[in-house]
Design a protein around this ligand. Structure first.
Ligand code: F6P
Length: 345
């Protein structure tokens, strides 16, 4: 019989008697329970009536699939038993202010990557736990550095829950026999320098010079300034990319680009970038927009988008350098460089 600590035991050990920590513990436990139900559903696919058919559009104009809405309901039901200040769901236009006296509030993306659900690709749930502010409606205007906890669940070949409560990152794997999460990775650290990059390169012609230059360097491999070959992956599912980076390092980029509506990238600050940045930094990595640390940003609106570049610290620092030293980017975009690269500029 396996001896791994369960999520519940781990949470209990970390929470101690402090009421704020206990509120976080209860919320994470409820989110974990909800995720087991969502995992059951996603794993049954068409047998559970998952068609991947559109139900409408969420606040960002993304097409809502049938399971987005069901996952949202499951999470709300699980959290409904707890004192929660404010709930913010990526699927809903507005905040739900529930209990102004409750110490914690939660933002969540119930099913990230759901546009791929009927292709049997990994999808996930992302959450961010914030202290409720005196004016509860201002809770999600706090910078990402105010987060008390953040996590995500990947519904893939295994269902895995990644969690930080501000003291490193743990990974739990769902044991389907006991229906409990068990600790399978403790104090996970992202390798500082890796040779794998992830970006949707079909948008290359729309990127700014610093991003083009960085990717050009990667593609030049051993013949370029990096002096080593890179591998590329693009799953199109943020949780799966983040999990891969936690396990073996690398860099993920969803930059701003020249397409209409992508001036600030694609991903949402409150529901995606803040929690991912907290996790990645807690695992020794970096998360920036290009010029700014993600955790320093205070959202101006609930569904604000933000460019997200995250992963192994040295790779992220190189992208930051490209942004802060335009001459480096210009040099990399020069004709000779362009001529030798795989992609012509
Ligand atoms: O935000 C939803 C999402 O599916 C992310 O999980 C993923 O990183 C991104 O969108 C993929 O975007 P695109 O289809 O533009 O590559």
């Amino acid at each position: 019989m396996s001896q791994e600590l369960t999520l519940q035991q781990r949470l209990e050990a970390c929470a101690g008697p402090d009421p704020l920590h206990r509120a976080v513990k209860d919320a994470v436990a409820a989110l974990a329970q909800a995720s087991i139900e969502i995992s059951d559903l996603t794993s049954r696919g068409a047998l559970a009536g998952i068609t991947g058919q559109a139900r409408g559009r969420n606040t960002d104009g993304d097409v809502q699939k049938d399971l987005d809405v069901r996952a949202d309901d499951i999470i709300r039901a699980a959290l409904g038993r707890l004192p929660i200040g404010v709930l913010a769901s990526e699927e809903m236009a507005d905040l739900d202010i529930l209990d102004a006296n409750a110490p914690i509030s939660i933002a969540f993306d119930p099913l990230d990557g759901s546009s791929n659900i009927n292709t049997n690709m990994s999808v996930g749930t992302i959450f961010s736990i914030m202290p409720t502010t005196a004016d509860p409606s201002a809770t999600f205007t706090q910078p990402g550095s105010a987060q008390l906890a953040a996590g995500f669940v990947v519904y893939g070949p295994q269902t895995s829950l990644v969690l930080t409560i501000g003291h490193g990152v743990d990974i739990f794997t769902l044991d389907r026999d006991s229906r409990e999460y068990k600790l399978t990775g403790s104090m996970v650290q992202i390798p500082p320098d890796a040779n794998e990059f992830a970006i949707n390169s079909s948008n290359r012609r729309h990127w700014d010079a610093p991003v083009r230059s960085y990717i050009e360097e990667c593609v030049m491999g051993a013949e370029g300034p990096c002096g080593k070959d890179f591998n590329m992956r693009w799953i199109g599912s943020l949780v799966a990319e983040a999990f891969r980076i936690l396990v073996r390092g690398g860099i993920f980029l969803y930059p701003s680009d020249g397409r209409r509506g992508y001036e600030e990238g694609r991903l949402r600050l409150v529901y995606e970038a803040h929690p991912m940045a907290f996790i990645v930094e807690q695992a020794g990595g970096g998360a920036i927009t290009g010029r700014t640390r993600i955790l320093d940003i205070s959202p101006a609106s609930l569904h604000q988008r933000v460019p997200l570049i995250m992963g192994s610290i040295k790779n992220v620092q190189r992208v930051e350098h490209m942004h802060s030293q335009p001459e480096v980017a210009l040099e990399a975009n020069a004709p000779l460089f362009g001529h030798r690269g795989l992609f012509r500029i």
